[in-house]
Write a protein that binds this ligand. Structure first.
Ligand code: B16
Ligand code: MG
Length: 220
């Protein structure tokens, strides 16, 4: 049997915790519009695109905006968010992520990023791990959001490997579903009771090594 050809990583919640910056920027926007925005609401936006996030937030605030106004609001939020991520440092890489990427490279297993974020490239650059990815597929390159498998299938295609030979790492339910829909094995990062559709769930990437991945890959 052929071994694992590639690992594909989600960004927010797997490699870095950008959710804290999304929260600050969305909260500022909601407050400027005159309503509150909670951390619990922010949880619901994980893995969801910027446009879909804004639609949900406006709904929670009981507001309707024209497409042009929505575009202006999303841009305003993104400008604040981009300002914050420009100050990110390598200290913000989540536990185990860099070590796993390095060990995959040493073992000849390809790596890709598969993120909904249109800012993925700059974030990887700021935290200093862009060179550890063979391919980056981000929100600028896909038309369908997770749970559609497009982002992961494009990653496999760009790497020149079959979807069945890939393992995906995801922290969002929609992302786990996207990987399964693409015919890939998936490791959930987070809570078992939330990510029960994943093939394996761990708290963080420190718990993962190539032996564990090989066992997972070879299991039915
Ligand atoms: P942007 P992921 C996602 O990242 C975030 O979880 C989600 O909260 C955000 O709305 C989305 O990226 C789009 O981000 O506004 O930077 O394009 O988990 O798919 O890496
Ligand atoms: Mg995520």
């Amino acid at each position: 049997m052929q071994g694992i050809a590639a690992c594909i990583f989600d960004l927010d919640g797997v490699i870095v915790d950008t959710a804290v910056y999304h929260f600050k920027a969305w909260k500022r926007l909601a407050n400027e519009l005159g309503f509150s925005f909670t951390e619990a609401q922010n949880e619901k936006l994980k893995g969801i695109s910027r446009v879909q996030s804004l639609e949900l937030i406006l709904g929670w605030g009981g507001m309707e905006k024209s497409p042009a106004e929505q575009h202006e609001l999303a841009t305003r939020k993104n400008d604040w968010y981009v300002d914050m991520v420009h100050h990110m440092t390598p200290d913000e890489i989540l536990p185990g992520a860099k070590e796993l990427l390095e060990s995959l490279r040493a073992a000849g297993i390809k790596t890709a990023l598969g993120s909904a974020s249109k800012n993925a490239g700059v974030i990887l650059e700021k935290v200093g791990i862009l060179p550890l990815f063979d391919v980056v597929i981000d929100g600028n390159m896909v038309s369908a959001s997770k749970p559609d498998p497009e982002v992961f299938l494009k990653g496999a295609e760009a790497l020149g490997v079959s979807p069945a030979s890939c393992i995906v790492f995801e922290d969002a339910i929609a992302g786990v579903q996207a990987a399964k829909a693409g015919g890939m094995k998936v490791v959930g990062i987070g809570e078992k009771k939330v990510l029960h559709e994943a093939d394996l769930v761990v708290e963080n990437l420190q718990e993962i090594d190539i032996r564990i991945l090989t066992n997972l890959y070879n299991a039915k």
